[in-house]
Write a protein that binds this ligand. Structure first.
Ligand SMILES: Cc1cc2nc3c(=O)[nH]c(=O)nc-3n(C[C@H](O)[C@H](O)[C@H](O)COP(=O)(O)OP(=O)(O)OC[C@H]3O[C@@H](n4cnc5c(N)ncnc54)[C@H](O)[C@@H]3O)c2cc1C
Length: 517
């Protein structure tokens, strides 16, 4: 591993060496282009990998350019390491609750943060094979390692140690993702801080951690670090946590975070950072009180910023703004030969969104569309998501307020997990399923689930919504007993009961009376 790579993926251990050998192999030599590519993809995160692999499997001539680590954020500094850490934190938290289950854990049981992180690195290295440069090469993709930029409307230049190249394309896909936004907080730059790019390289637990931003990334990691023993202070400018979520759902998670030892300062104003004697000091006003918090490290998870710099987008006629590259419903940029997918252009910054968008790019960029027919559109995607705190919050479709804003009248039903047998038996009673059904129909327009495995449970609603099936289909679907997923059927039963009117009941009473004659 070169010095450059060591700096990029710390610590320098066997797992990270394996990771780098897969996703940024040393001595890689960029292939010499032998003519025009059907599609050139910039960025080998989820969006770029999926675009490239499908294009190659269909027989297209495709090049994939990555400047840093194939696999992008998800594999290297996002979903994979965070969920690895979260799993270990959950194991430790479960152990602390063992008494509830009649298990007596002898005093003195400890954990090893270094081993938690080593496990994560080991699993990440194992998974990285799927995204490896050699695998993509074997699948027929020309993999180039280096920094890409548009040298003209149909030419991309690649620069790097693996060889400078010039690639001409019929179509191109911009999949360069996003990075942690640096909020303009006085003193933050000088004090230094962790982001998702550096936090997973820690080998020692920060005894006191300040987390700025209570969005999904901030909440997931605040809970994980608190469970692993850090004294965590979470600072959020808005009220409560997870400002974009269903308020009741977010409140349940907030209560759990507090039980896990996280101190929350929400509605935070005038946040400043200073440093002295190796310590960092955060000052903030929250709900009329001034706080000064001393921490060892600060983790910033306050939004994402698109990677648009250095790409020569102006030369290619691709417009962008502070939210990213501007695309139409077909994911075409302002240069119709250049498409975009993933965090660079999406308000849904998820791996599965990047994957779904890549498939739209393939359909729209690679195939002819006689008379403008056969295009796929991003607006028609049914997009679920999940925040992997404990409990998890998963959502699909509209929230009640969005439905109202669209002029849709909805009926909302909520069923709590403390009435679901399996949740009671599992000790997972905190949570609920909530569904919004369009009035006068059985159409499900949105659902939120708060549960230990809400991310798995939401899929049932996504399938129904994607297939255009309604509440009646769910009501008619048998769910194994006892499962936590029964909550989905139980919440729909509330809708059924509500529609079983007094009038229907009196008709039935009359019918049964007749049948007794
Ligand atoms: C801590 C964290 C946890 C997350 N957890 C989840 C989760 O649980 N579930 C989920 O669905 N999503 C999660 N996400 C979001 C998910 O990681 C992203 O949505 C996803 O990685 C986006 O993929 P992408 O392909 O658009 O971009 P990226 O993964 O960012 O890939 C872009 C790639 O482009 C490369 N690149 C940029 N510029 C150039 C250039 N000029 N030349 C060549 N290459 C370039 C970059 O190096 C990078 O590898 C998480 C994110 C974070 C930060």
């Amino acid at each position: 591993m070169s010095l450059h790579d060591q700096r990029l993926v710390l610590p320098d251990d066997e797992h990270n060496r394996q990771l780098v050998a897969n996703v940024h192999p040393a001595n890689w030599v960029n292939p010499e282009p032998t003519g025009r590519y059907n599609i050139v993809v910039i960025g080998a995160g989820t969006a770029g990998l999926i675009t490239a692999v499908i294009a190659a499997s269909l027989g297209a001539k495709v090049a994939l350019i990555e400047k840093h680590l194939m696999g992008g954020d998800c594999l290297n500094v996002g979903c994979v390491p965070s969920k690895g850490m979260i799993r270990a934190a959950r194991a430790w938290s479960d152990l602390k609750k063992a008494g509830e289950f009649g298990l007596h854990i002898p005093p003195g049981v400890t954990y090893d943060f270094g081993a938690v992180m080593a496990r994560m690195r080991k699993l990440r290295a194992r998974i990285s094979h799927n995204d490896s440069a050699h695998r993509y090469k074997s699948l027929g993709v020309d993999v180039l390692i280096g920094q890409a930029h548009f040298a003209g409307p149909d030419t991309i230049a690649v620069k790097g140690e693996a060889g400078n190249r010039s690639l001409s394309f019929v179509k191109a896909a911009l999949c360069t993702g996003a990075r942690a936004a640096a909020p303009p907080i006085p003193g933050l730059q000088e004090a230094g801080y962790l982001t998702n790019e550096t936090v997973f390289s820690l080998t020692e637990l920060p005894p006191r951690l300040g987390v700025i931003g209570a969005g999904p990334i901030g909440c997931e990691l605040a809970q994980a670090f608190a469970r692993l023993g850090s004294q965590v202070t979470l600072i959020e400018a808005m009220h409560g946590i997870l400002p974009n979520e269903d308020r009741e759902a977010a409140h349940l998670v907030q209560q759990q975070l507090v039980r896990d030892g996280v101190t929350l300062h929400c509605c935070g104003k005038d946040l400043t950072v200073s440093q002295a004697d190796g310590e960092k000091r955060l000052t903030v006003e929250s709900h009329g009180q001034h706080y000064a918090i001393t921490v060892d490290d600060i983790l910033v998870g306050a939004g994402r910023q698109p990677n648009v710099e250095g790409l020569g987008l102006e030369a290619a006629g691709v417009q962008y703004d502070k939210t990213g590259v501007i695309v139409n419903d077909r994911l075409q940029t302002t240069n119709p030969r250049i498409f975009a997918a993933g965090d660079i252009c999406s308000r849904y910054k998820f791996t599965h969104a990047a994957d779904a968008m890549a498939q739209i790019v393939i359909q729209n960029a690679l195939f002819p569309h006689p008379l403008g027919l056969g295009y796929a559109g991003v607006d028609s995607l049914v997009m679920p998501w999940c925040t992997f705190t404990e409990p998890e919050i998963a959502h699909v479709g509209l929230y009640e307020k969005d439905a109202n804003a669209k002029g849709l009248e909805v009926e909302t039903y909520t069923f709590k997990l403390d009435e679901v047998d399996r949740a009671i038996l599992d000790g997972d009673e905190e949570g609920f399923a909530r569904v919004h059904i369009q009035k006068g129909t059985d159409k499900i327009v949105g659902a939120t689930i708060v549960a230990a495995h809400a991310g798995d449970m939401i899929n049932e609603f996504s399938v129904l919504m994607r297939a255009g099936l309604g509440a009646k289909s769910l009501a008619a679907t048998i769910h194994p007993y006892p499962t936590q997923a029964e909550v989905s059927k139980k919440v729909i039963n509330l809708w059924r009961k509500a529609h079983f009117t007094q009038r229907s009941k009196s008709l039935l009473v009359k019918l049964f009376a007749m049948l007794r004659r």
